[in-house]
Design a protein around this ligand. Structure first.
Ligand code: HEM
Length: 365
C-alpha cells in the first residue's frame, strides 16, 4: 500500500501489459503450423495502430481548439505543437516499413493466404485519420469502399464525413483572418499590379531572347499566357468559383488569399505562427503520401503483381491511391503564386504595426 491507502501502482498494471502482450495470436499457430514471421507481421501492425491512436488523440485536440470561440496566438502555438508531434510520429511510421521488409516475400507466403479477406484496408483508425484531416471518400480509387468494413465501423466512418474536418476548420479560420483589406490598404490590388509587371517583363524577355527559335518562342509565349490566365482567375470571384466547382481548387477564395498573404509576409511577427501552421499541414500531407508510396513499394516487393488479401489489385491500387489522396493540395500549389522578396510591396506602416500586436479571430462556431 502507498502512504494514502491506495494500492501501489505496478508498472505492468499501469501499462496493461498482460492484455497488451497477450494480444499476439498468429493465425498460423492456431491452425497448427506456426510461421515464424507472422509474429513480426502482427506486432508491426499493432504498433502502427497504437501510433494511429496517438495521432487521433492529437487531431481531436486540434479540432476541438479550432471549434472553440476564439483562436488567438496562444491556441495557435498549442495547435502547432500537436501537429508537429504528428509529423514526428509520421516519420517513424515511414521508417518502420524497414522492419517489415526484413521479412522475405517467400516467408510472407507461409501465412498470407490465412489472412484473406482481412487487410490494412480495413484499418478504421487509418480511415478516421484521413477523414479528420479532410480526405473525402470519393478521392480513393474505387470510391470510399466502406462495404469492406463491419456495419458498425462503416457507420462510424460515414459519420465522420459529416463532421467538420481539419481542412474545413483551416479554411474557415483563414477566411476570417483580418488585414487583407481596409480603407488604407488592398493587398489584392497591390499584388495584382506586381504580378502584371512581372508577366510583362517575362514576355519582353521571351520576345527578345536571341537564342530562342521561332517555335520555342511561340511555345514559351503560350505557356506564359496560360500562367497569366491562372493568375487572373485569382482576381475574379466567378472564375474562382468555377475552378472550385471543377475541383481545381478546394479552399475558398478568401482563405486562398489569406494563405497567400501569410506566405508572402511570413516574417511579420503575427504571421509567423500562422505560417508555421500552414507549413505543418503541408508536412503532414507530404508524410502521408510518403507513407503511401513506401507501403505501395513494399507491397510490390512482397506480392509482385498478386492481388491484395482485401481483394484490390494490390500494388496498382495503392499507387493510384497515393496519387489521388492529397488533402491540402492548394497549400502545395501556393508556391506558383509567390513573389521574390525583392518584388514584394512593403506593407503600409499602419498595417505593419498591427502585425506586431496580438490579434484574435472570432469563430463562427
Ligand atoms: C507484408 C506487409 C503488407 C502487405 C503485403 C500489405 C498489402 C496491402 C494491400 C495489397 C493493400 C490494398 C488492399 C488489399 O487489397 O488488401 C493494403 C492496404 C492498406 N494497408 Fe497494407 N500491407 C502490408 C502492411 C501494412 C502495414 C504494416 C500497415 C499498417 C497499418 C498497412 C496498412 C494498410 C492500409 C492503411 C491500407 C489501405 C490504404 C489505402 O486504401 O490507401 N499495411 N495493404
Amino acid at each position: 500500500m502507498s502512504g494514502n491507502g491506495e494500492p501501489e501502482l505496478y508498472y505492468a498494471d499501469y501499462l496493461q501489459l498482460k492484455r497488451l502482450l497477450g494480444a499476439q495470436l498468429p493465425e498460423s499457430r492456431r491452425r497448427g503450423a506456426e510461421a515464424h514471421d507472422e509474429m513480426l507481421f502482427i506486432i508491426v501492425h499493432q504498433v502502427y495502430e497504437l501510433w494511429f491512436r496517438q495521432i487521433l488523440h492529437e487531431l481531436d485536440a486540434v479540432l476541438q481548439i479550432f471549434g472553440g470561440e476564439h483562436l488567438d496566438e496562444r491556441s495557435l502555438g498549442g495547435i502547432c505543437a500537436k501537429l508537429e508531434r504528428i509529423t514526428v510520429i509520421q516519420h517513424l511510421l515511414v521508417e518502420q516499413i524497414d522492419v517489415l521488409e526484413t521479412m522475405a516475400p517467400q516467408d510472407f507466403l507461409e501465412f498470407r493466404d490465412l489472412l484473406v479477406p482481412a487487410s490494412g484496408f480495413q484499418s478504421v483508425q487509418f480511415r478516421a485519420i484521413e477523414a479528420k484531416l479532410g480526405l473525402r471518400g470519393q478521392e480513393r480509387p474505387g470510391g470510399s469502399g466502406y462495404r469492406r468494413f463491419q456495419p458498425e465501423d462503416a457507420r462510424y466512418l460515414k459519420s465522420l464525413q459529416q463532421q467538420p474536418s481539419l481542412f474545413d476548420r483551416v479554411d474557415a479560420w483563414l477566411a476570417r483572418i483580418p488585414f487583407l483589406q481596409d480603407e488604407h490598404y488592398d493587398f489584392w490590388a497591390c499584388y495584382r499590379d506586381t504580378i502584371q509587371e512581372i508577366f510583362d517583363s517575362d514576355r519582353r524577355v521571351i520576345e527578345q531572347h536571341p537564342q530562342l527559335t521561332p517555335d520555342e518562342r511561340r511555345q514559351q509565349l503560350e505557356q506564359l499566357q496560360r500562367s497569366r490566365r491562372q493568375f487572373d482567375c485569382l482576381f475574379d470571384p466567378d472564375d474562382f468559383e468555377q475552378q472550385r466547382a471543377a475541383g481545381h481548387v478546394r479552399l475558398s477564395r478568401l482563405a486562398f488569399q489569406a494563405a497567400l498573404f501569410i506566405h508572402l509576409y511570413r516574417d511579420e511577427p503575427l504571421l509567423q505562427q500562422p505560417f508555421r501552421l500552414l507549413k505543418l499541414l503541408v508536412e503532414i500531407d507530404e508524410q502521408l503520401t510518403a507513407w503511401r508510396y513506401r507501403h505501395a513499394l513494399m507491397v510490390q516487393r512482397m506480392l509482385g503483381s498478386r492481388i491484395g488479401t482485401g481483394g484490390s489489385s494490390g500494388h496498382e491500387y495503392l499507387r493510384k491511391s497515393a496519387e489521388r489522396t492529397q488533402i491540402f493540395t492548394d497549400l502545395f500549389n501556393l508556391a506558383s503564386y509567390l513573389l521574390p522578396r525583392s518584388r514584394l510591396e512593403p506593407l503600409p506602416p499602419a498595417l505593419a504595426r498591427k502585425l506586431d500586436f496580438h490579434f484574435s479571430t472570432l469563430s463562427r462556431g
